[in-house]
Design a protein around this ligand. Structure first.
Ligand SMILES: NC(=O)c1ccc[n+]([C@@H]2O[C@H](COP(=O)([O-])OP(=O)(O)OC[C@H]3O[C@@H](n4cnc5c(N)ncnc54)[C@H](OP(=O)(O)O)[C@@H]3O)[C@@H](O)[C@H]2O)c1
Length: 150
């Protein structure tokens, strides 16, 4: 990948599901720091350790299953914030990602929902709302743990 990058055939190199130990091992030999690490990340799995490490290393955090495969849309705290802001639950979660500096890649099957999910730049969450969402961490994974996946 580094050869392709130097030849200009790849504009950036990214990794996915790398834990801190994987990044450590990679950076012992890599000459190019990955541009991005795509990891499971949503209000029920906030990945603080990795987000801090990414910040220190200059790696962009990309959130897969940013809505927790739709399950976090039912969280009462999210629903309350959505009602208070006149927005949908999906918009509140995606706005939280934006304010944390995450790249979020939600999947939706209808044109309307894709439009709704993009429309998150006309409002903001204040400190109290961000704190309320920070309190939702529960170590909930929809996918396999990268350290134990077969
Ligand atoms: N790197 C990896 O290991 C990895 C692993 C898993 C997933 N991913 C990637 O992550 C991306 C998204 O993840 P995901 O599909 O697992 O989870 P997600 O984006 O968190 O959630 C998708 C679910 O949320 C629903 N949804 C989306 N927008 C909505 C809205 N505005 N209102 C109500 N419901 C809404 C969708 O329903 P509908 O479809 O019915 O609209 C779907 O059921 C995909 O591109 C996938 O490829 C990467």
């Amino acid at each position: 990948m580094e050869t392709l990058y130097r030849e200009g055939k790849a504009r950036a190199i990214g990794v996915s599901n790398f834990q801190p130990a994987h990044l450590d091992r990679l950076l012992q030999t890599a000459e190019v720091v990955p541009a991005v690490n795509q990891i499971e990340l949503h209000p029920w799995l906030q990945q603080e350790e990795l987000r801090t490490l990414h910040r220190d290393l200059g790696i962009t955090t990309e959130a897969w299953s940013p809505l927790g495969r739709g399950q976090v849309l039912q969280d009462p705290v999210v629903l309350d914030l959505a009602a208070a802001h006149g927005r949908t639950a999906a918009q509140v979660i995606l706005r939280w990602h934006v304010q944390l500096g995450n790249v979020a890649i939600p999947k939706a099957s209808s044109h309307d929902r894709i439009g709704e999910n993009l429309d998150v730049f006309g409002f903001s969450l204040d400190d109290a709302a961000m704190q309320a969402l920070a309190g939702l961490e529960r170590g909930f994974r929809t996918g396999s743990h990268p350290d134990s996946v077969n």
